[in-house]
Design a protein around this ligand. Structure first.
Ligand code: PSU
Ligand code: MN
Length: 303
């Protein structure tokens, strides 16, 4: 156990007893959803995990510690998001040393989960290769984390703000299995389909748990990406979203936004352009991912 880890007692007990735990990220709270709806979401997502028989562990960096599981007061600080930064892998040492509060991205949540011994993590969408990434080299650190850190990430695919084809190519090069949940197509967050095929459609949580076990028992380190499409009734139209995203990308270009600010900028722009509609879908898909993640964690704990 490293001295930077601060594991909530409930999570520690579950880990020690080999009971299922599901990691959750905090960037989705601090930088992905508005106050106070994010606090309501934070409570609901933890409830969904508990209802399936697993223990939720929301990750963040607070007071110089890697927090594994947040109290209600901690969740409120992350949701109010005053002075809360967005922390990817490169930012971790700075936040630990300075005591600044940081919301964890997919990369950082995976990193903390692995250190604490949590193997399953539910999020909304992952970062990836940005459009024109072959020129800008803007590739999310999430992909390198998936390459090296042994945590399963349950997501609803990736938003069309990214170059989904190149994101999948990158994952293939890095040896990251991408498994569809009841689908052989990689989903595009708000949309059930992206036009990009997957090789594996898992039949249930037990099969996914068996895949995780086979990979890690063999010593094949690194993550597994589980792609769980948004529920039919909450999905948005692909063509409609293409239009929204083109407008958001143009706005980013005109505003000269780049680097770590581009993802939050595009997410905020998409939200603004779709009105409240995309927010509801976002909440539903994230809850759905937490449910599937908890089922996988339960099966993995049995295996
Ligand atoms: N994509 C989304 N919603 C999000 C993010 C990405 O649809 O909230 C967040 C996640 O925390 C992800 C991070 O890990 O943005 C990626 O940021 P970057 O592209 O700067 O690595
Ligand atoms: Mn980037």
């Amino acid at each position: 156990m490293n001295g930077y880890l601060d594991i909530k007692p409930e999570v520690r007990e579950a880990l020690e007893a080999g009971r299922p735990v599901v990691a959750l990220e905090s960037t989705i709270l601090s930088h992905g959803m508005p106050w106070p709806e994010n606090l309501d979401f934070a409570a609901r997502v933890e409830e969904v995990v508990r209802a399936e028989g697993a223990v939720p562990a929301t990750m963040a960096i607070m007071g110089g510690k890697l927090k594994v599981g947040l109290s209600q007061a901690d969740l409120e600080v992350m949701c109010r998001a005053e002075g809360v930064g967005k922390v990817s892998r490169r930012d971790v040492p700075v936040y630990l040393a300075t005591g600044k509060n940081g919301a964890t991205t997919v990369a950082t949540t995976m990193l903390i989960a692995a250190q604490a011994g949590v193997r399953v993590f539910a999020t909304g969408g992952i970062g990836g290769v940005h459009r024109h990434g072959e020129v800008t080299m803007d590739i999310s650190a999430d992909l390198q984390e998936l390459a090296h850190t042994s945590v399963a990430v349950i997501c609803a695919g990736a938003k069309q703000i990214l170059d989904i084809g190149r994101t999948l190519e990158y994952l293939e090069t890095m040896g990251v299995p991408v498994i569809g949940v009841g689908t052989d197509e990689f989903p595009a967050f708000y949309c059930r389909r992206s036009g990009h095929k997957l090789d594996y459609a898992a039949k249930d949580a037990a099969e996914i748990a068996a895949i995780l076990k086979a990979k890690w028992q063999l010593g094949l380190e690194g993550g597994v990406l589980i792609a769980n499409p948004i529920q039919e009734e909450h999905g948005l139209d692909f063509k409609y979203m293409e239009g929204i995203i083109d407008t958001a990308l143009r706005a980013a270009d005109e505003a000269g936004v780049h680097g770590k600010d581009i993802t939050p900028f595009l997410l905020a722009k998409v939200k603004e352009l779709t009105g409240g509609e995309s927010f509801k879908s976002n909440v539903e898909l994230a809850l759905n991912n937490a449910r599937v993640a908890a089922r996988i964690a339960v099966e993995y704990a049995k295996a």
